[in-house]
Design a protein around this ligand. Structure first.
Ligand SMILES: *Cc1c(COP(=O)(O)O)cnc(C)c1O
Length: 414
């Protein structure tokens, strides 16, 4: 099959897509200079209502209420937005989620709290293909606390399995840190099964949902997860540098001992007291002043996700990646392109990675042409398909553009 056949198929799939109308709710989707935006897994597009939400916040709330705003709702916003993420996207009951810091900082706080809760144990388990910040933070904590990192090796088109984790945990394991959806391969981990294996070993688990929240539904309460964290600027469209979120299971809240005990996580911040006493509940994870402006855009996206519902979002996401894999197999595989993501749509998140030695040099040229995927070492182009803002036509366009360039390179070689 040719790329033009796939362009026709894409047009049919877009016409039949029950969620297609939502694409127009995002800014820039009508901008002809961006022909295909496939990086929503890295930085989601803003919603068209968001400039108005930001202007209203600055004009009415910040400009109008000034410092009174803290008493009129801003101080509660981290928990309110956290609860909303929990309800809409995480399967988490109220009182367990909060918005704060960055994902890196929250991973640090939660991992430190977890190892503090298992003081007699000496090992942290993490996989070698996890996102760099996750690995670096685990290594940093191991240095600080004199612990050992136990590494799991994973397949290049996969991720950590229950069998891998069962082979790595033992009586010395304090904590296991893994990603729900692997940032490179897109592999979806069996969170429930792995969590059970970790608990059977007496250890705690911290899940990173940066690459799943807002595209792959989660059931953190039902899966018995201990701790989780994730980004809000990817599939939650919170904007560059938007604060992250964390989840702490209710059963751990009363004893959670986090390593950055700031005043706004203390029981009664405005007494300006002499000694730190942690707040009851999830607020004890807060250290300093919450980034209120950074929570405005993600609220708009959460409204939309709540309206559409995560099951429908996931169905569209599976269709997008299935179409992408099919087109890659038909149009790019003859050029030697390899799919470095799981073949089973049920084991695959919202993005796929495809490998070819020519890709490192090709990506800048694609960007210059308005085709925007991203590049991941060693040879990977990641196609990030944001379920509510990506069309099938964008997928076909990008794969056609990659095929054209590989064709040209092959002609030049002849
Ligand atoms: C994107 C991502 C991060 C990013 O962390 P920041 O602190 O926001 O830079 C961390 N972990 C994973 C798995 C990610 O995909």
């Amino acid at each position: 099959m040719t790329s033009s056949t796939f362009a026709d198929r894409a047009a049919e799939l877009d016409a039949a897509d029950p969620l297609a109308r939502h694409r127009a709710l995002f800014l820039g989707t009508a901008d002809a200079s961006v022909r295909s935006y496939l990086d929503g897994n890295s930085l989601g597009r803003p919603l068209a209502v968001t400039p108005g939400s930001l202007t209203a916040f600055v004009g009415e709330q910040w400009g109008g209420r000034l410092i009174r705003g803290w008493d009129e709702g801003w101080l509660e916003l981290p928990q309110q937005v956290g609860d909303k993420i929990g309800r809409v996207a995480l399967g988490a009951a109220e009182g367990q989620c909060i918005v704060a810091d960055s994902t890196s900082v929250l991973l640090y706080k939660l991992a430190r709290a977890a190892v503090a809760a298992r003081p007699e144990r000496t090992e942290i388990v993490v996989d070698r293909d996890n996102f760099p910040t996750d690995r670096f933070i685990v290594e940093g904590i191991a240095r600080e606390r004199n612990l050992t990192v136990r590494w799991i090796d994973v397949a290049y088109d996969g991720g950590a399995t229950t069998v891998d984790v069962a082979g790595a945990v033992g009586p010395q394991t304090a904590l296991v840190l893994l990603s729900h959806v692997a940032y490179r391969s897109g592999h979806i981990a069996d969170v429930e099964g792995i969590t059970r294996v970790v608990h059977d070993a007496g250890a705690l688990v911290l899940w990173d949902l940066s690459h799943s929240v807002g595209s792959v539904p989660a059931e953190l309460d039902a899966w018995d997860v201990d701790f989780a964290a994730g980004c809000s600027y990817k599939y939650l469209n919170g904007g560059p540098g938007a604060p992250a979120w964390a989840y702490v299971a209710e059963r751990h809240l009363a004893t959670l001992d986090q390593p950055i005990p700031g005043w706004l996580g203390s029981a009664d911040p405005f007494t300006m007291g002499a000694a730190y006493r942690p707040a009851d509940g999830i607020r004890r994870l807060v250290s300093g002043t919450p980034p209120i402006v950074g929570m405005i855009a993600m609220r708009d996206m959460l409204d939309l996700l709540e309206d559409v519902g995560m099951p429908a979002v996931r169905t569209k996401s599976e269709r997008l990646t299935a179409f992408a894999v099919e087109a890659v197999e038909a149009v790019l595989a003859p050029h030697g392109v390899v799919v470095a993501s799981p073949r089973d749509p049920a084991r695959r998140g919202g993005h796929i990675t495809i490998d070819h030695p020519a890709f490192a040099a090709m990506v800048p040229d694609l960007w210059a042409d308005g085709i925007i995927p991203d590049y991941r070492n060693p040879n990977g182009i990641r196609l990030g398909l944001s379920p509510l803002s990506t069309s099938f036509a964008e997928v076909a366009m990008a794969i056609g553009a990659i095929a054209e360039r590989l064709d040209r390179a092959a002609d030049a070689d002849r």
